[in-house]
Write a protein that binds this ligand. Sequence first.
Ligand SMILES: C[S@@+](CC[C@H](N)C(=O)[O-])C[C@H]1O[C@@H](n2cnc3c(N)ncnc32)[C@H](O)[C@@H]1O
Length: 267
Amino acid sequence: MDPPSNSEQRGKTKIANPKDAIKFIQRLPNPGSQVSAGFPALAEEKTMSQVAISPKLAQLLSSSQELIRSTKGFMPPDEGTALAVSLFNCSASFGYPAVEIGSYIGLSTLYLGLVAQHQRRVLISVDHHRGSQENQQGWEFHDPILVDPVSKKMDTLYLFRRTIDLAGLNDTVIVVAADSQIYANSFREGIGFLFIDGGHSLEQAEKDYEAWVPKIIPGGCLAIHDVYPDPSLGGQPPFILYQRSLREGFRVVVSQGSLRVMKKDSS
Ligand SMILES: C[S@@+](CC[C@H](N)C(=O)[O-])C[C@H]1O[C@@H](n2cnc3c(N)ncnc32)[C@H](O)[C@@H]1O
């Protein structure tokens, strides 16, 4: 079975000059949505071009640009960059683990993992690697190449591990192949940054919220993917989580495409 398009060669390209790295970031597609990424001054929304991306962050992302481009997944470059900026800037969370629910083949993990490695903290990436409902046969996002020919089940684990290997992130990413709620029940630490991109049914999304959001430390950040205020553009469960977070002491710091990042009240 031919694997999907992860490049076989190691994905890192060293860019010596930070200005080249910034040019790479500026070339990323921006569908015109708004980003408000000013930490700690968060009051005003800014467009992507107004966001200050530090040369260090630009260099981190550009060093793995080939791998990012060739990894299958559900994270467009502008949203991935906004996700990386959010983790980079969520200073209250430094020293605490970052947690991702929904690794798939590791595209969002690259954006988060490169930053976490720079910050010398771990990124715990949780996925049962059996695919969500929409990844199963007969559904819109099914990819037959991801079906294990023996078990006949979806299996993204080996490709996810390959992505982590190629990115040189084995010292940073803790791979958890488990159901997110089962793992949450045994996880007692505070977390600095949580990214929710797992099961997208209302039941599953609410379970993830309830299991993981209370673990976020004051001043920590919550990122939710696939937030569509307009139901004609996408399913509503992530939007429902987003609205709930605003009622429960979070405020938006980044809004890019369907990505929303909120910061937890530090009081
Ligand atoms: C939309 S994909 C994640 C996409 C990924 N973040 C990316 O950037 O490409 C959702 C993932 O959530 C996983 N998932 C769904 N329900 C889960 C659950 N209850 N526990 C763990 N993982 C789950 C699926 O296996 C799938 O890989």
